[in-house]
Ligand binder design. Structure first.
Ligand SMILES: Nc1nc2c(ncn2[C@@H]2O[C@H](COP(=O)(O)OP(=O)(O)OP(=O)(O)O)[C@@H](O)[C@H]2O)c(=O)[nH]1
Ligand SMILES: [Mg+2]
Length: 361
């Protein structure tokens, strides 16, 4: 595969954030008339090649060496390669995992799914299924892989339900490591799990033993984002209590969940505010639906009940928007970055420590 058309690696993807800030800062500096006035420069080798054509002004050439165009160059390359995001969804059957994934990415990933009957479920073991879609938005291509775990919590004895998921996460880390030390490092496909949405039932009293076991087994290997499923079945007060209980138990059992990074001092006030709200929303109380209804002449995703309509994207009904913002709009690169530089590094170091040839080094 041509390296330029393969999907980008996390180190390059990370820089996209920078490039977006850059193009915002300079985006308005170019105009058609300015372009015309400088046609003499067009063939100059010194003329900076800005992907959006937004910084090609004489003023700019006189003031700068051109280093400021680097983020734009990175953006151009990253967009050309596309992005990869691997999301695992785990939680008891029927908690709305598939519905939420479809609602998040506005796609139907589970068209051919057949639901097992009760007798099949008793003996069911956890299987791992992968669905991949390419989502293209304004020329930016995201290859999304959703790793589902149907059967989780379905068997009579769920003592070891989490093992299949742990095995999968380890396998993908190992494949990446083997590829990294292999000959062809250019075209490594990143199949490591970047985020695990863990669905918690709204009907219990906080975490169940299976929830604790799963999160404890995986918290050093993957970014866990806890979500309180089917939040429409709880009143606002019950939701607040349930969230507090879950957080207290996460703390009590020393479970490590994904931490939204602190803002930098130079971040905009609005961004700081949004990050604070995001942190306060964890665990996200979510509602999923694939039904679109007309509401005040708007088309919205909603759940229709005899007593009223619950809107998926209404912030007073659920934290769906907060979760989507975090996963896609603000922290996707952080999740990928943590997977590569923290979780994968830990895995790699553990492998090196186990290597008998290094014991005496
Ligand atoms: N009340 C309510 N029901 C929901 C919600 N999300 C999904 N459902 C319903 O719950 C049922 C199960 O949803 P799925 O998305 O198939 O659940 P799942 O977790 O993927 O189930 P498995 O694939 O069997 O593990 C469906 O009838 C959905 O319509 C929600 O937020 N609230
Ligand atoms: Mg499902």
């Amino acid at each position: 595969m041509d390296p330029d058309t393969s999907f980008c690696d996390p180190t390059q993807a990370e820089d996209k954030d920078e490039s977006i800030r850059f193009s915002n800062a300079f985006g308005s500096s170019s105009s058609l008339s300015e372009e015309k006035a400088h046609t003499a420069d067009d063939k100059s080798p010194l003329r900076p090649k800005s992907p959006g054509g937004c910084v090609d002004t004489r003023d700019f050439l006189e003031k700068y060496v051109g280093i400021v165009t680097l983020p734009n160059q990175v953006q151009q390359k990253a967009v050309k390669k596309g992005f990869v995001f691997n999301l695992m969804v785990v939680g008891e059957s029927g908690l709305g995992k598939s519905t939420l994934v479809n609602s998040l990415f506005l796609t139907n990933l589970y068209m051919d799914r057949c639901v097992p009957d009760a007798s099949e479920k008793i003996a069911q073991t956890v299987s791992i299924t992968k669905s991949t879609v390419d989502i293209i938005e304004e020329g930016v291509n995201l290859r999304l892989t959703v790793i589902d775990t149907p059967g989780f919590g379905d068997a009579l004895n769920n003592h070891e339900s989490w093992k299949a998921a742990v095995r999968y996460v380890d396998q993908e880390m190992e494949k990446y490591r083997t590829n990294e030390i292999g000959l062809n490092r250019k075209n490594i496909t990143d199949n490591r799990v970047h985020c695990c949405l863990y669905f918690i039932s709204p009907h219990g009293h906080g975490l169940k033993p299976i929830d604790v076991n799963f999160m404890k087994a995986l918290d050093q290997k993957v970014n866990i984002v806890p979500v309180l499923a089917k939040a429409d079945s709880l009143t606002p007060k019950e939701t607040r209590n349930m969230k507090a209980k879950i957080l207290a138990e996460i703390d009590k059992f020393k479970i490590k969940i994904f931490q939204v990074p602190e803002c930098d001092l130079d971040n905009e006030v609005l961004f700081k505010q949004q990050t604070l709200e995001l942190k306060k929303s964890i665990p996200f109380a979510v509602i999923g639906s694939n039904t679109v209804v007309e509401r005040n002449s708007r088309r919205v995703r909603a759940r229709v009940y005899p007593w009223g309509i619950v809107e998926v994207e209404n912030p007073s009904h659920s934290d769906f928007v907060q979760l989507r913002n975090m996963l896609i709009r603000t922290h996707m690169q952080d999740l990928i970055h943590t997977t590569h530089y923290v979780l994968y590094e830990n895995y790699r170091i553990n492998c090196l420590c186990r290597n008998p040839f290094l014991e005496n080094v």
